[in-house]
Design a protein around this ligand. Structure first.
Ligand code: ARG
Length: 577
């Protein structure tokens, strides 16, 4: 059930009846946000201008045809060129009744597509830092949204497990440990060694030579080095998995297809690209020229896919990866979550993918870019010594801060309950704060805001949820066993009903644009509307039993929507806060 879809269909039909040519109907837009009506139709002004018609007259013609439909209470023309729509309360309550038992608030399954979501994708031998939070949770929400709509979602953790750094690291570990093929170290130390090896590489020509040798042997599958390489990856993944679990992110070993996986496809791909006359050899390098982008000399921009020393580049691997995802995984849609600095990279992959014929009309490539995490002072979120803050540090801090808040609010709670709640609340605060911001913009990390009970925060939404639970409990009714119907006796209830029914619209929007903040704003509006309702009207002590029961049902539906909304955001709900 999708109200905007129903209205849109009715409006389109009426517009055709009113002799508006089909080709102009794209102008018609439905706004969910009007203060003047339940829904508002925009765009009539454009059509009237094109047709050189009086706008009021034209709108009234449409209204005349649409009015016949039974779902509308009233439809009015509104100056200077809107059509305001009011829905019938009986129809709204009927629709609410329909979703009270439905698992997904009436969301229907779509025609199944294979959708690859490339997210989190950290580099190995390093701890995940604050920047990885965004990719990890944005991608995870998108996976949940698409799955709930019935798609075949292929989650991929495209880990950075290949490249020159492994040569350095192996050379370093060899130097440091005699028993280098059986090392047992923490990820923290591994990262430290990684940094030290890099420094050594830049300063010491001998070490550089050794590293290059190690890299060569690793690439030639030298067993001993493969073993160290695997250990490095294992250590990293083990730590990352702990974070995914803590964050309630659905990534595990099964979803890893790292860069190294594609190396075996590179020679054949390059050969194929050369044969197709897309890749060209120049000064020992292999280059692809982009048809549609010019460099500063006004010539087609070149993208190097193989260097003189035959090493491959980030773009080369992504190209092979694209080819694999389309040809083997049969992906119809591939979505990448990385920060905005990789925009040009993915744009190039897209263009080459089209030139090479990998991307046809059956598949799309989308880069869902996101901005940086900044401090309140608009600076990169770093520690005092200039390093990016570790994701684990951040999570532990959020849990700690939540513990203090919970202890203050509920001083008598048992210790293990406090621990349980603070983990969920801390994680939900971090995740929600990030997800509630438009991903394209930079995001200011602010502990006070994210742990506030006021505003568009996890705590406010969680609090509303628990409040409804306690109202229902107090009422002694079991909402699923109330057999009388919902009656919308006040304007606030009607608005709540409409809001609840808009849930499906919101999910569809995210499916298209990958913007979870729309769901957060929606949940915030829903929760705020409920607060108004709760403060203004009595639920348990309503005048009649019928109204009491109806209000319990409405409250139940609000809670149900919040629970599902948060679940899609990968956030667990709590029963008390
Ligand atoms: N490992 C990369 C990084 O940390 C992100 C990889 C994104 N996915 C891809 N297919 N390139 O920046």
């Amino acid at each position: 059930m999708n109200i905007t879809k129903i209205i849109k269909k009715d409006i389109m039909q009426s517009a055709l009846h009113a002799n508006i040519p089909k080709k102009y109907l794209y102008n018609i837009k439905i706004s969910l946000k009007s203060k003047m009506a339940h829904y508002q139709i925009n765009g009539m002004m454009n059509i009237a201008k094109i047709l050189n018609h009086d706008i009021k007259n034209l709108s009234n013609k449409i209204i005349f045809f649409i009015k016949k439909n039974t779902i509308y209470q009233d439809i009015q023309y509104s100056h200077p060129g809107f059509i305001n729509i009011f829905l019938k309360q009986e129809w709204l309550s009927e629709k609410l009744e329909d979703i009270i038992y439905s698992q997904n608030m009436g969301l229907l399954k779509e025609k199944k597509k294979n959708i690859v979501i490339d997210y989190s994708s950290p580099n190995m031998a390093k701890e995940m830092h604050v920047g990885h939070l965004r990719s990890t949770i944005l991608g995870d929400v998108m996976a949940r949204v698409l799955e709930i709509l019935g798609h075949n979602v292929i989650r991929v953790n495209h880990i950075g497990d290949w490249g020159a750094q492994f040569g350095m690291l192996i050379a370093f570990l060899k130097k440091k440990y005699k028993q280098y093929n059986n090392i047992n170290i923490s990820l923290k130390n591994l990262e430290k060694f990684y940094q030290e090896s890099k420094k050594l590489y830049d300063e010491n020509p001998e070490f550089q030579k050794k590293s290059n040798q190690c890299l060569l042997l690793l690439q030639q599958n030298y067993k001993k080095y493969i073993k160290i390489w695997k250990t490095i990856i294992k250590i990293t993944i083990k730590e990352n998995n702990k974070i995914y679990k803590l964050l309630n992110v659905q990534l595990n070993d099964k979803h890893i297809i790292g860069e190294s996986f594609y190396i075996k496809f590179l020679p054949e791909m390059i050969l194929e690209l050369k044969k197709k006359n897309i890749a060209h050899e120049k000064n020992g390098k292999i280059i692809i020229y982009l048809n549609n982008i010019q460099n500063k000399h006004g010539k087609p921009m070149g993208v190097i896919i193989q260097n003189k020393n035959t090493t491959f580049l980030y773009a080369t691997i992504d190209l092979a990866c694209l080819r694999y995802r389309i040809n083997t995984l049969l992906a119809n849609r591939i979505i990448y979550y990385t920060d905005i600095r990789q925009r040009q990279h993915f744009n190039q992959i897209l263009l080459i993918g089209k030139q090479a014929g990998y991307i046809t009309e059956n598949s799309t490539l989308e880069h869902h870019a996101f901005g940086m995490v900044l401090t309140k002072e608009n600076k990169p979120f770093k520690t005092r010594n200039g390093k990016l803050i570790k994701l684990n540090t951040l999570i532990q801090k959020a849990i700690k801060k939540s513990k203090i808040i919970i202890k203050q609010k509920k001083p008598h709670l048992r210790k293990n309950k406090v621990s349980y709640l603070s983990q969920i609340i801390g994680i939900s605060a971090i995740k929600y704060a990030d997800l509630s911001k438009n991903r394209e913009k930079n995001y200011i990390f602010d502990w006070d805001c994210m742990l506030s009970f006021q505003g568009n925060t996890a705590l406010y939404i969680q609090y509303t949820y628990t409040r409804i639970q306690s109202i229902i409990k107090k009422s002694r009714f079991s909402p699923l066993k109330i057999y009388t119907t919902i009656i919308l006796t006040t304007e606030v209830e009607t608005n709540l009903a409409i809001k609840i029914l808009q849930f499906t619209d919101i999910i569809k929007h995210i499916k298209k644009y990958g913007t979870p903040h729309v769901l957060c704003s929606y949940l915030f509006q829903l929760a705020s509307l409920f607060s108004i309702f709760y403060e203004k009207y009595s639920i348990i002590h309503a005048k009649t039993i019928a109204i009491q029961k109806s209000r319990i049902k409405i409250s139940f539906l609000v809670a149900k929507t919040i629970k599902l909304g948060l679940k899609i955001l990968g956030i667990k709900t709590v029963n008390c806060i």
